[in-house]
Design a protein around this ligand. Structure first.
Ligand code: PHE
Length: 508
């Protein structure tokens, strides 16, 4: 029976009779569990539509053990029944009665229904147990099962009231427990109504259409209610470290490069960086090439010619690579494999200005590499890139800037290892001492851009560029102790973890 019906029946009954003296009796007359009626009563009490008086009773309730005895009789009675007139061994009776033997023996003895004695036998073997030598004899024909009678009467709602206090033995044997039950006597409250109006919480389109909004009574606002948690404003670990690094660059006077072009031409990604066209990185095993549009049509012709020359035959003091440079290869579109492509574009742009001015540039954005995905590699990641261009910069300047940058990131101990990049000379891998792992870990790559890259762009002679790059994922995993890159970025990120990192909650 739905609670609305129970409520209707209760209010109608109160309206007709003025009172309900016993909610239990009323619930059974409606054929609903008392618990359901109780829910309705509590609701109506809150609105002062009814008033109630509690009626508390305590009743003895049978334990599971007692229910079993009520149904099948007590174990001590079974024991007496099992003993033949000439008596039986303890062992045989134990076997017959099973688990309840000890209880049966104890109570039968207490009732003086049995006698225990030693069998007058000579020890036959050492294995003979005491049980086999002990004999039980009965002193009564049958045990009278008074306990079972009591339990049966308590179990029956019609007869339980006449058992004022169960016999002591039931309590002693823990066969009954006292349980409190509460029921109610009910009468009309100050706000009594036969039919409760359902209060509206919202004006709906239907209300407006039918015009019944005029008669609506609204539910009061509950200003104390807890609001829904707001599903915004969590910090993603990657973004958190990104912001920290961005702030370091800004503090050091760097400005951000525009990194909004994920699709680049091979020209800016490789050729402008003096990376030969046969270089293995330019293979589709390492680089994602685009199918459509497969090529670019917008390349600066003058500059392109200079790049071609430096690859083929050198210049600016270089021998070049001595191969047949192809424009087709340079026109191929790809997903940029590093943000150094952006650095190349920015330096070229800078070289086109009338007067050279020193610059500090940085970027943090996505790059793509056709790599096998595992717990430390994804096919795309974020690259952090920094560069400084000015007259007369040296490797010492690069080392100094790197030490400044990484110590601000919390990695003050650095080591450098000579390395090779087509576009930098000298080049250095950067290692940082990891206090937790107790070893040196590689954290980035750096170098001084080659004259073969800078001079064809038109940058003045004597201008040097020091630069470095690293992934954002690497320091994030180290700083935030995340051991699987897939928990950091991509479709497997656990949103519940991110939702455990609220950024800030203003107010309250
Ligand atoms: N482009 C390099 C990389 O992808 C990083 C780098 C940037 C190295 C600038 C030297 C100078 O690893």
């Amino acid at each position: 029976q739905p609670s609305a019906d129970v409520e209707g029946a209760l209010l109608a009954h109160l309206n007709a009779n003025g009172e309900i003296p016993d909610s239990r009796a009323f619930a059974s007359s409606l054929g609903v569990p008392h618990k359901d009626l109780e829910d309705v009563i509590k609701r109506l009490l809150a609105f002062r539509i009814i008033e109630s008086t509690d009626i508390t009773t305590e009743a003895w309730v049978l334990t599971d053990e007692a229910k079993d005895y009520a149904a099948r009789g007590c174990p001590e009675v079974h024991l007496v029944a099992a003993i033949p007139p000439e008596g039986a061994s303890r062992a045989a009776l134990k076997e017959e009665l099973g688990d309840v033997f000890d209880i049966a023996l104890k109570n039968a003895a207490k009732n003086k229904w049995i006698e225990q004695g030693n069998r007058d036998l000579v020890l036959r073997t050492v294995e003979d147990t005491k049980d086999e030598l002990q004999e039980l004899l009965k002193r009564v024909e049958n045990g009278e099962d008074e306990v079972q009678e009591q339990l049966k009467r308590l179990e029956n709602p019609k007869t339980r009231e006449v058992v004022p206090d169960p016999i002591k033995v039931l309590k002693r044997r823990k066969l009954v427990t006292k349980e409190k039950t509460i029921w109610y006597s009910l009468k009309k409250g100050p706000e009594f109504v036969v039919k409760r109006k359902t209060l509206a919480t919202d004006v709906t389109r239907e209300h407006l259409k039918s015009g019944d909004w005029k008669d609506l009574e609204f539910k009061d606002y509950n200003y104390g209610a807890q609001g829904q948690p707001i599903a915004i404003g969590y910090s993603q670990p990657l973004l958190e470290v990104r912001e920290a690094i961005q702030n370091i660059f800004l503090e050091m006077g760097f400005s951000e490069m525009p990194t909004n072009m994920f699709v680049e031409s091979s020209f800016w990604n490789f050729d402008a960086l003096f990376q030969p066209q046969q270089h293995p990185a330019r293979d589709s095993h390492d680089t994602f090439f685009l199918k459509a549009p497969a090529t670019t049509t917008q390349l600066p012709d003058d500059y392109l010619e200079k790049v071609k020359q430096v690859h083929q035959s050198g210049g600016y003091g270089s021998k070049g690579y001595g191969y047949d440079w192809k424009r087709d290869e340079a026109e191929k579109n790809l997903l940029r494999t590093h943000t150094t492509a952006v650095s190349a574009r920015m330096l070229y742009k800078l070289a086109q200005e009338e007067h050279f001015a020193p610059k500090r540039y940085y970027s943090i954005d996505r790059v793509f590499r056709n790599e096998a995905v595992d717990r430390t590699h994804l096919a795309e990641f974020h690259q952090i890139e920094g560069l400084i261009c000015d007259y007369g910069l040296t490797l010492g300047d690069l080392i100094g800037v790197l030490e400044d940058f990484f110590s601000r990131l919390g990695m003050p101990k650095l080591r450098f290892k000579p390395a090779y990049n087509p576009y930098t000379e000298p080049s250095m891998e950067i290692f940082s001492y990891h206090e937790g792992f107790k070893k040196w870990v590689e954290i980035g790559n750096s170098g001084m851009f080659r004259p073969e890259m800078l001079l064809p762009m038109g940058l003045p002679e004597g201008v040097n560029v020091i630069a470095w790059g690293l992934s954002l994922e690497r320091p994030t995993m180290i700083l935030q102790e995340i051991d699987n890159i897939r928990n950091l970025f991509g479709p497997k990120v656990d949103f519940n973890k991110i939702k455990g990192r609220p950024m800030c909650r203003v107010g309250l």
